[in-house]
Each structure stands twice: as C-alpha cells, then as structure tokens.
Write a protein that binds this ligand. Structure first.
Ligand SMILES: NC(=O)c1ccc[n+]([C@@H]2O[C@H](COP(=O)([O-])OP(=O)(O)OC[C@H]3O[C@@H](n4cnc5c(N)ncnc54)[C@H](OP(=O)(O)O)[C@@H]3O)[C@@H](O)[C@H]2O)c1
Length: 295
C-alpha cells in the first residue's frame, strides 16, 4: 500500500525543471503515485506535468498517474457531474493534456446528487475496455455512497480521497466520541473510516498540512501544535512536517498521505516519516493539543 502520494494541485506556475525536481525527489524515495484532477489550475497542472513527461520518455513507465473528474468549474453554475458522457469527455481531455495513452487510476472527485451508479459503471467499462483507464476510486464519498456505487460496478473502488490531518480529522474524532453530546460526537464520518478499512479501500489523506487558509506548520494560530511538533521533530531528528505525516501513518487504517508541496526539499523532509513510529502517548498528545478532549 502507498504511504505517500505527490499532489499536483499547485504546480501550474512552476518551471518544468522544478516539476522534474519534484518528480525526481519522489521517485528517489520510492514514491511513484502523482495525483491530478482535471480542474487543478483549470487543466494547466496536467498540461505542465505532461510537458515534464514529454521531456524524458523513460519517465512515464516509472510513474503511476492518478487523476479525478466530476467537479464542473463552470462560472455560470459550479456543480458536479458524474454522468457517463461527462466522465468520458473529461478522461479524453486529461489524456490529451497529460500527453499519455492511459490513466492508471481515475477517481470520481465528488459525489453528484444526481449520480446514477449505472451511468458511472458504463463510463468505467468503456474506459477500461478501451485501455484508457486501468483502475478506479472515489474522493469525498461517504461509506453508503461508496457502497451504492460499488454495487453497480465491475471494477473495485480502490481508494477514497478525503481531507485528513491533525487539525482536521472528523473521521477519527467521531470514533472516539461515539454516543456523546459534544462536538466530536457529531457524526460527520458516517462510518466511512471503518467501512474503508473493512473493504480494503485505502484512504488517501489530502491537505495533510493545511490549517485554516494556509499550512498549520509555522502558523502562529496553531502555536501549541507547532511547539509540540518541534519538540517531537527534535527527538526524531526530522522537520515538523515529518511528524505531522508520521501522525497519519501511525493510524492502523494504512492511510496514504498526499503531499501538496511544490518543493523537492520538503518531499525529502516529509518522507522521513516512514521511519518514525510515534508512541501512543505522542499520538494522543498531538490529537489533543489543538483543543480536543478525550471522553
Ligand atoms: N480530492 C480533493 O477534493 C482534494 C482537495 C484538495 C487537495 N487534494 C489533493 O491533495 C494534495 C495536497 O493538498 P494540499 O496542497 O491542500 O495539501 P498540503 O500538502 O497539506 O499543503 C501544501 C501546502 O502547504 C505549504 N507548506 C508550508 N509549509 C510547509 C511545510 N513545512 N511542509 C509541507 N508543506 C508546507 C506548501 O507550500 P510549498 O509548496 O511552498 O511547500 C503547500 O502550499 C493536492 O495537491 C491534491 O492532489 C485533493
């Protein structure tokens, strides 16, 4: 199972040499999954990544390309669309922008209130049958939405991409606060964490270092968290971002952490989390330091 994925949401303005540096930093550390979406940079992120691939024909075989579709960034009406034709059209456009013949894994980016599972199934069958997409997953889906969609599919839903971090983890909080009248007891997860674990669906954690509108790492608003991250970083001889990643990797669900950094150096810092096994007390201290209480 993947421990890390490189997110490509913010690469649109990077020179190709910097994109190549990120690709290399990941590959050198055994990370080969690169996460895209048709909407990142209005398609520009896939385009510039495609340019980096084009510069070195040996790269494509080393890389596992994941992209997503289903969010419509139409200025007249922001909406979702999981219909057959929409999915097919998106994939053809992503293939063109990336300059590749196949997407390794396609994710439905968000559940569409008007989604008909049979329509998604039709799109997946066509795409797989034509050799355009190998594997499939979802993002921001609840357990029952995954179950509904899976019931119509021949392909396995392999992953669910969800926002999870030390500062944003309703799926973890809810399990600890079951049957309580407090904030943590509000069921925002709807059993999705346990469902994914039971069904071999890997949770891909997005925005693992995001605070309110910027990274919580070094942000004064998260002063106590940063103090603790620094303390553990010193103990394990890493940077604080590696501790934030180690907190996610410690969870027995085998999360994958999607790093959205645009800096190769930060990839090298974060990957050191693979060798860190936080103690249970360290894990719970990080859980609590942002103001949470245990029952
Ligand atoms: N499925 C979905 O709905 C969804 C939604 C959002 C994102 N995603 C995916 O998840 C990926 C990651 O999301 P994200 O970009 O929000 O997450 P992130 O990795 O939590 O945030 C990355 C941002 O934090 C900054 N940062 C500042 N200090 C940092 C430090 N010490 N270490 C690491 N980062 C630091 C980075 O800046 P620098 O670039 O300067 O390092 C970067 O702008 C995206 O690229 C995308 O692939 C999916």
């Amino acid at each position: 199972m993947d421990k890390f994925i490189q997110g490509c949401m913010k690469i649109k303005d990077l020179p190709i040499k910097d994109i190549r540096a990120i690709i290399d930093a990941n590959l050198e550390n055994g990370i080969n999954v690169f996460d895209h979406a048709d909407i990142y940079g209005a398609g520009e992120c896939e385009t510039v990544f495609g340019k980096a691939l084009k510069e070195d024909s040996s790269l494509r075989d080393k890389i596992f390309l994941q992209t997503k579709c289903g969010i419509v960034k139409d200025l007249s009406c922001h909406r979702y669309d999981n219909s057959t034709n929409y999915i097919l059209d998106c994939v053809h456009k992503s293939l063109k922008r990336l300059g590749v013949e196949k997407i390794d894994r396609l994710l439905i980016h968000r559940p569409d209130a008007l989604m008909n599972p049979e329509e998604v199934a039709k799109a997946f069958d066509r795409l797989q049958g034509e050799g355009l997409v190998d594997r499939f997953g979802v993002s921001n889906f609840s357990s029952s939405q995954i179950s509904l969609l899976q019931s119509a599919l021949r392909q396995k839903i392999e992953c669910n991409q969800v926002r999870v971090s030390i500062v944003h983890c309703p799926m973890i909080e809810n399990g600890i606060n079951y049957n309580r009248y407090n904030e943590g007891g509000v069921n925002r997860d709807m059993g999705t964490l346990d469902y994914c674990r039971q069904n071999g669906i890997q949770i891909q954690c997005y925005s693992p270092y995001k605070g309110t509108n910027k990274s919580f790492i070094g942000d004064f608003k998260f002063r106590k968290l940063n103090k603790l991250l620094k303390e553990y970083a010193f103990k394990y001889n890493v940077e604080p971002n590696a501790i934030a990643a180690a907190w996610l990797l410690k969870h027995p669900a085998n999360f994958a952490v999607i790093n959205g950094t645009t800096k190769a150096e930060r990839v090298r810092q974060i990957v050191k989390a693979k060798d860190i096994n936080l103690t249970r007390s360290e894990w719970y201290e990080l859980y609590k330091v942002v103001g949470r209480r245990l029952p």
